[in-house]
Design a protein around this ligand. Structure first.
Ligand code: ADP
Ligand code: ZN
Length: 210
């Protein structure tokens, strides 16, 4: 199995791209660190209890917790040919831990979206708490307002998607995660796509780049 890393700011559309590609190809698996952490919080596990305070503030959860969590998921994967890692690694220390684990990284694809349009995107974001499908009130609306197309659950706004926390998450992104662009560029693994082409063309561009 090879790993493809999705790089990009919060709200850049990484999760939408990855779930689309995984949905159309059974050999592709989408792993979202944020979804795993939200699942741990919902399940009340010790990791979830520890992660919650950081996530609510828009800060990164401690590396050791996330590295162990993703390491378990990679080790347990038996069938996928490609794993799309969405939200991990999120800083250089995590990228180094992934490299030490011996996992094979095929590429790191930066989904490039200017900061100016990020805030709008996140403000309109809606998520299905049950099946994790993502929507946007304007760019990707569900067929029935407020209801998940796939499973019928009522859509929710993520707790960390309020304007103040979004600002903090963008600061964290530029400080902690953006250095990964240079990190993977130096290894010859970096690809870039324009993340402002709409969900369908974004996914196609990503697939061609990965
Ligand atoms: P977004 O990409 O929109 O910021 P995520 O669902 O990827 O949303 O992440 C939500 C939160 O989960 C982050 O703000 C952070 O607190 C935590 N988180 C997710 N992935 C990681 C990671 N690799 N390392 C540390 N914290 C993480
Ligand atoms: Zn759903």
């Amino acid at each position: 199995m090879e790993i493809v890393i999705l790089l990009g700011a919060p709200g850049s559309g990484k999760g939408t791209i990855a779930s689309r590609l995984a949905g159309e190809d059974p050999a592709v698996r989408h792993v979202s660190s944020g979804d795993l952490l939200r699942g741990a919080i919902a399940a009340g596990t010790p990791a979830g209890v520890e992660a919650k305070a950081y996530m609510d503030k828009g800060q990164l959860v401690p590396d050791a917790l996330v590295v162990a969590m993703i390491g378990d998921v990679i080790a347990a994967e038996k069938t996928a040919e490609t794993m799309l890692l969405d939200g991990f690694p999120r800083n250089v220390a995590q990228a180094e831990a992934l490299e030490r684990s011996g996992a094979k990284v095929r590429s790191a694809v930066l989904v490039d979206v200017p900061d100016e349009i990020i805030a709008d995107r996140i403000a309109g974001r809606r998520t299905c708490p049950k099946c994790k499908a993502g929507y946007h009130v304007k760019a990707l609306p569900p067929k029935v307002e407020g209801i998940c197309d796939k499973c019928g659950a009522a859509l929710t706004v993520r707790k960390d998607d309020n304007p103040e926390t979004v600002r903090d998450r963008l600061v964290v992104y530029h400080r902690e995660t953006e250095p990964l662009v240079a990190y993977y560029e130096a290894k010859g693994l970096l690809r870039r796509i324009d993340g402002d082409q709409g969900p369908v063309r974004n996914a196609a561009a990503f697939k061609a780049a990965m």
